[in-house]
Write a protein that binds this ligand. Structure first.
Ligand code: PMT
Length: 401
């Protein structure tokens, strides 16, 4: 079945030598049943002519805000409402920078800013431009807006240098779009519980015990599930993030006890639970009503008692149709420790991330994980942006649902 059949695609083309591939890309999209509207920047037209593109798409190519000879106005707002997806391929460093900062000085950027549909971006540039911190920061910004980056390939570049910066091949880009629509509704009618972020365990009115969790991994999982059609209950410890998808209901909690209570309340009505929160294992035995005072020269002793194990509690009440997945954050003997937690908490699979892997774990925008299931299957994934890690984890969950 053609996943792009009947889909309305806005193809944005910018001023890169890879623009010549846009002709093939338009053709490939049309062959899959898509309707393609091209919006090209003035620089893009230096690399490929609108005549070629309009002949292929059978639609006038849009480049300016209005047509010079008869004054016809091209509404970027209408295009934004019309589209099922927008693909910018090739996307130059300049266009990526303008998208990241809302510099709406051409039709393509205004269309992007008005776009209601998902936006895919396929960068194309020289290797040093791509690696430059400003380009990488702009790409991270686009990711944070929910745009999907189709990473460039490594290979021979127009500059005669070799490296990462070649626009991904059109057939592979089409496959990314097809996969997106294939997965889009695969969690329809499903309800998923996700825990995210740290917990705060109060010592006194001004102090608490916690950890470095930013919530990025858990929120990425929630967004991924919601974008695939699931209704999501996100039980979140205190973080700076806000869930974007309206299918996500965020339940804010502070302590492990609160998270435990809410998780037990919501879990029975869900199809799966993914426990990504970094729950404090211990809390102070006593909460001091008033700020504890320092006694000069005296050590301070804090007695800690264990918090409830949320994963293990849900593992106990899990029904046969429910799937339960946890995370294991390790610093040593990762696989053994993760396998032990998988069994002890009655999980179906566990996602191991290790603080000994650079770019993995707390705070980073990336993670490197290994999935271990109850049948002792072990699957290693490379270091990836957390959004893509979330996609891998949900793809894995689909084997069960
Ligand atoms: O939030 P980020 O900055 O993006 O970082 C992501 C992360 C590193 C926090 C995340 O990827 C992660 O590893 N989360 C689990 C952290 C953790 O507490 O791991 P653990 O090995 O101590 O716990 C094992 C499992 O039991 C986890 O699913 C945990 O949620 C759960 N648990 C732990 C203790 C407890 N009292 N109750 C629990 O449910």
């Amino acid at each position: 079945m053609y996943m792009l059949q009947g889909k309305k695609v806005v193809l944005g083309i910018t001023g890169s030598i890879a623009a010549y591939k846009a002709a093939y890309l338009s053709r490939a999209l049309i062959k899959k049943g898509a309707e393609v509207q091209i919006v090209i920047t003035p620089a893009g037209k230096e690399f490929i002519t609108p005549v070629t593109l309009s002949a292929l798409t059978q639609k006038p190519v849009i480049s300016e805000f209005f047509t010079a000879n008869d004054g016809t106005w091209h509404s970027h707002v209408d295009i934004g409402l019309w589209a099922d997806l927008m693909l910018i391929a090739p996307a130059t460093a300049a266009t990526i920078g303008k998208m990241a900062h809302g510099i709406a000085d051409n039709m393509l950027i205004t269309t992007y800013l008005s776009m209601k549909a998902p936006v895919f971006v396929a960068p194309a540039m020289d290797l040093d431009m791509f690696a430059h911190p400003s380009t990488q920061e702009n790409i991270d910004k686009l990711r944070s807006y929910g745009n999907i980056i189709i990473e460039p390939a490594t290979g021979y570049l127009a500059s005669a240098l070799e490296g990462k910066g070649r626009m991904e091949e059109p057939d592979n880009i089409v496959k990314v779009l097809e996969d997106y629509f294939k997965k889009k509704n695969d969690l329809n009618q499903k309800k998923i519980l996700i825990t995210a972020g740290p917990t705060y365990e109060k010592i006194d009115p001004v102090r608490y015990i916690s950890n470095y969790s930013s919530g990025k991994m858990g929120y990425a999982l929630a967004e991924e599930c919601a974008s695939r059609g699931a209704e999501v209950i996100l039980i979140s410890g205190p973080v700076q993030l806000k869930a974007k998808n309206p299918k996500i209901t965020t339940v804010q909690v502070e302590s492990a006890e609160e998270m435990h209570r809410k998780a037990k309340e919501y879990f029975p009505e869900t199809d799966a639970g993914i426990l990504c929160a970094a729950v404090a294992d211990f809390k102070p035995a006593h909460y001091a009503e008033h700020k504890m005072k320092r006694q000069p020269g005296e050590p301070m002793e804090l007695v800690l008692i264990p918090n409830p194990d949320i994963a293990a509690s849900l593992g106990e009440i899990k029904k046969p149709h429910q799937i339960l997945a946890g995370f294991a954050l390790e610093t040593e003997n990762g696989i053994q420790n993760a396998e032990r937690k998988l069994k002890k908490k009655n999980l179906d699979f566990i996602v191991l991330n290790s603080l000994s892997d650079e770019g993995a774990g707390f705070q980073n925008n990336t993670n490197k994980v290994t999935i271990i299931d109850s049948g002792s299957n072990v699957i290693d994934y490379p270091l990836k942006p957390k959004k893509e890690v979330a996609e891998d984890i949900i793809d894995y969950l689909m084997n069960y649902l």
